[in-house]
Ligand binder design. Sequence first.
Ligand SMILES: [Zn+2]
Length: 213
Amino acid sequence: MPPITESVAREAICRLGASIFSRGLTFGSSGNISHRLEDGSSLMTPTNVSLGELDPARLSKLDAEGRLVSGDPPTKEGFLHRVMYEGRPDAGAVVHLHSTHSVAVSCLAEIDPADVLPPITAYYVMRIGRLPLVPYFPPGDTRLAEAVRPLVGKHHAVLLANHGPVVAGTSLSAAAGAIEELEETARLFLLLQGHQVRHLTPEQVDELRARFG
Ligand SMILES: [Zn+2]
């Protein structure tokens, strides 16, 4: 897929933000989106703005070292995006949401921190795979970046405890598709609480990983 231009990336971020907000996948001014550009700079959603009201001209543009080049000041959670890009050279975009069902799962006491959600559907296995839980830190605490850093090489998606998911993708649509699959799987997981459930078997999961990576 050819790299997209900065103006196309600006429009795509704003379109995705409006779509996410209109579907109730994040609230208030929570959630943030970034897109890496071909020259190593990146676009990021600004601080204190609703994803439903993004302006392409006011997105934060950061240089390869993370310094603001133009636009409004970036989200205070920008360090989460940077740590994902540093650990995943193939990542073209990162999306972080406070999506309700994923946050609810991140608060459960009885989840496996090495792999939070069971293999309920094939699409979850294909788009997320294993999902580690990152210990809780207060908003803006950069120790969170240090907790995420060792996980990023092996995982393109992590769940921050009592907070929400962060997902990287090769493109904006890949990152968005994966975080939406995660939110939907979290919803299914909660719906199925108290029921006898047939998860995919280890053999079925292995077959998916062999076929789809
Ligand atoms: Zn957050």
